[in-house]
Design a protein around this ligand. Structure first.
Ligand SMILES: Cc1cc2nc3c(=O)[nH]c(=O)nc-3n(C[C@H](O)[C@H](O)[C@H](O)COP(=O)(O)OP(=O)(O)OC[C@H]3O[C@@H](n4cnc5c(N)ncnc54)[C@H](O)[C@@H]3O)c2cc1C
Length: 398
């Protein structure tokens, strides 16, 4: 985006009149409780898929990791999370090369290489390879993080509130279910993963659902030696409340959230790729996939794998206002952006919401309150909801 950093690029509408600290939040949740969808797994991994080239995504992951990690210190270690470290195995030559580049690019306190012997000592199980170790990584019980974040005197959680329509009335946004007004406010944040496409104003955002399934495996006396999260194509975490979580499948076509035996079998295969020794310790070769327990949910991803966070413009008015870019992408139009006043997005956290979503909540608060952004402007712009509309104009798409 050659002109995105120019002064004229309208990244934010004028702030509403109130300031941070005074906001009263109504959190509309369609289920009986929070964290019943993607955030409902028993364990998720604080996993850092970094790039040695300092991309916006890599910068976001790095900052988000530090932010989530500090938040977790408020939660109960061993039950809600554990900073047991994450070991990414160098499972093929390409991965080993990538890991060596990362080890050159980042501080050893964040990540460092372990040879096979060292990796085994850290993980507490036999492994076929070494890999990249993140000593500050670990696992999180996502519902605990969601409940902790929502437990604020000014936040009212409203379960069984399924927002079907979003209307602009006067200077307020109203969420409706049929004839029932659920809530009304000057500012509305759409944070319902891919479900936000149900609202016409956000329907054009290119969010995609990807089904994923985890498998829960009862620990055994010999599996309790597992001391870190270990990842290859999948992951396995040290036991929480007597169960290990194995993850996770990727299914781009299936819309059904009933756990399937085939995907449990796939997760067991991912476990075998991680460690044959751990398969034996868990007795997993004798487990029938159709008897296994687990859960499936949808990840929500964007085409560039960055989340979508910030203020939203009215799409057709945006296309009209900046139509000149279709002819000449180098122009820097000074036309005011047709913002949808007070409407914000926080979605598209893909497979790494534990790392990105909490910091993106801070980013959103900064956009709303016109405060300094908690991330470099280039990263905030890379996450901006208008980026797809802008790219389509520049590429001359109708
Ligand atoms: C199988 C699987 C494994 C994963 N593993 C990891 C991992 O190891 N590490 C990691 O960092 N991330 C992982 N993720 C991704 C992570 O879980 C997500 O990025 C994160 O949970 C996204 O949070 P969210 O709040 O955006 O979406 P969700 O958790 O899906 O929450 C959206 C909420 O909005 C509500 N809602 C939606 N529409 C409406 C409406 N109209 N009205 C009212 N309420 C509404 C839903 O009920 C839901 O509670 C995994 C995801 C899956 C599916």
């Amino acid at each position: 985006m050659p002109w995105s950093s120019a002064a004229a690029w309208p990244v934010a509408p004028p702030p509403p009149a109130w300031r941070r600290g005074g906001w009263r939040v109504s959190l509309l949740e369609r289920h009986a409780a929070l964290a019943q969808e993607a955030s409902g797994n028993p364990q998720g991994v604080l996993y850092l898929k970094l790039s040695a080239h300092g991309t916006a995504l890599s910068q976001l992951i790095l900052s988000g990791f530090g932010y989530t990690r500090r938040l977790l210190e408020h939660l109960q270690r061993g039950l809600d999370w554990d900073g047991c470290g994450v070991l990414q195995l160098a499972f093929d030559a390409k991965e080993a090369t990538r890991q060596a580049q990362l080890a050159d690019a980042f501080a050893p306190q964040l990540l460092h290489l372990l040879d096979q012997q060292q990796a085994q000592r850290h993980a507490g199980i036999e492994l076929a390879q070494g890999g990249l170790f993140f000593p500050e990584g670990g696992w999180v019980h996502p519902p605990a993080l969601c409940h902790w974040q929502a437990a604020h005197p000014l936040i009212q959680v409203l379960p069984h509130h399924d927002a079907v329509d979003l209307k602009r009335v006067g200077n307020q946004w109203q969420a409706w279910h049929g004839d029932t007004l659920l809530a009304a406010a000057e500012v509305a944040v759409l944070a319902g993963a891919a479900e936000i496409k149900r609202f016409p104003l956000s329907a054009a955002l290119p969010l995609k659902r990807i089904r994923g399934q985890i498998t829960r495996l009862a620990h055994t006396p010999s599996s309790t030696t597992l001391a870190t999260v270990v990842c290859a194509e999948g992951y396995v975490a040290p036991a929480r409340l007597g169960e290990h979580t194995l993850g996770a499948s990727f299914d781009f076509t299936n819309d059904d959230l009933t756990p399937s035996a085939a995907e449990h079998a796939g997760n067991l295969e991912r476990l075998r790729e991680i460690s044959v020794d751990l398969v034996q310790r868990l007795g997993a070769e004798h487990l029938a996939p159709e008897q296994l327990e687990g859960r499936a949910a949808f990840r929500c991803t964007s085409p560039d794998y960055l989340p979508i966070v910030g203020p939203l413009a009215e799409r057709s008015a945006f296309d009209q206002a900046y139509a000149t870019l279709r002819k000449d992408a180098r122009q820097v139009p000074d036309t005011p952006c047709p913002w949808l006043p007070g409407l914000y997005i926080n979605s598209g956290h893909g497979s790494r919401g534990l790392v990105t979503a909490p910091l993106c909540g801070e980013l959103l608060a900064a956009w709303i309150n016109d405060e300094p952004l908690p991330l470099p402007a280039s990263v905030a712009e890379a996450c901006h909801p208008n980026r797809f509309a802008l790219r389509e104009l520049i590429r001359g798409k109708p």
